[in-house]
Design a protein around this ligand. Sequence first.
Ligand SMILES: *Cc1c(COP(=O)(O)O)cnc(C)c1O
Length: 385
Amino acid sequence: MSFDALGSELLARKQQSLYRQRRTLQSPQGPEVTVDGRTCLAFCSNDYLGLANHPDVIRALQDAADIYGVGGGASHLVNGHSQAHHALEEALAEFTGRPRALLFSTGYMANLGAVNALLDKRDAVFEDRLNHASLLDAGLLSGARFQRYLHNDPASLQQKLTRSEARRKLVVTDGVFSMDGNLANLPELAAVTRQQGGWLMVDDAHGFGCLGESGGGCAEYFNLGMEEVPVLVGTLGKAFGASGAFVAGSEDLIETLIQFARTYIYTTSMPPAVAAASLASLSLLRQENWRREKLNSLIKQFRQGCQQLGLTLLESFTPIQPILIGDAAAAMKISEALEAQGIFVGAIRPPTVPQGTARLRVTLSATHTEAQVDRLLLALESVVK
Ligand SMILES: *Cc1c(COP(=O)(O)O)cnc(C)c1O
């Protein structure tokens, strides 16, 4: 069999301005990163609170590495479940106000594991059409009847739920939509789901740390408990600045995941030192309110600046602040022109977002300065004109 077919598909992707390329960082995440020996201002990481390179978090990782070494060594159910993992699970349960929390190695795996432990072909899964790829993949893999409802539309969801006669009905949504920055209408989605006898699963990868008085994310922001959101997912690679993920919920939910979630059972536990680092970052995330306040003031500054420039922003008050461009090639061109000025902003194109909605996905971090946001606005002004 010839591999030529791959080459022609790659070429087509290039011609459509959809080709992806990596850059290689030589520095930690931060407002400024080093790439190929050059320092650039970055507005594209998910390190919203600036904890990925925080000295307390680094120290926690180093200290735990002295105790536990590097690798988890085995899966959690064999003998890879360390005291560092356990302590983090207990702290996350307390943080989310749920009886238990369970660690996964990544958010992708948490989503695949949770949906697939809960559903099979007798069931139905209802997903927002703009859900993160890992949630869509999780639903498709489960073999449950897969249905998408209109974006953030409780009426559309209700219509589909009413018609379903499935054994279990799992409604799945991002808490903060990762490419748009808007919040799911969780109070209404939760009410509809409960009324129809379903379960609501919220993936709050981008809400934890940024939303809520103490960084408890969408659930804290909307004050939704376990009755409303029985399956709550968070990731540790974004505002936590570490790596990994967790599912929080009832005793029965967590025991079900331990018994049946294949992405929990058949994989090596995350390095214990990463769990210890995440625990240190949880404490900063909860206590250092100034990070959320700073972030909110930068968001305001950025939005006002963009409005003055006549740029089309999406309805978002989170650190995800996309500028809608439309055409994929145009978005790439703007991103490249910004890069020429030493500024990184990711161009997000199909299939990550719907056709015709390519965008610059600007993300802000509490460690950016007002002057850096001004620099971005000036560069945008020069590039868009
Ligand atoms: C980033 C992200 C994930 C994946 O989390 P990882 O830990 O990076 O695998 C899952 N869901 C959403 C909404 C995300 O934005």
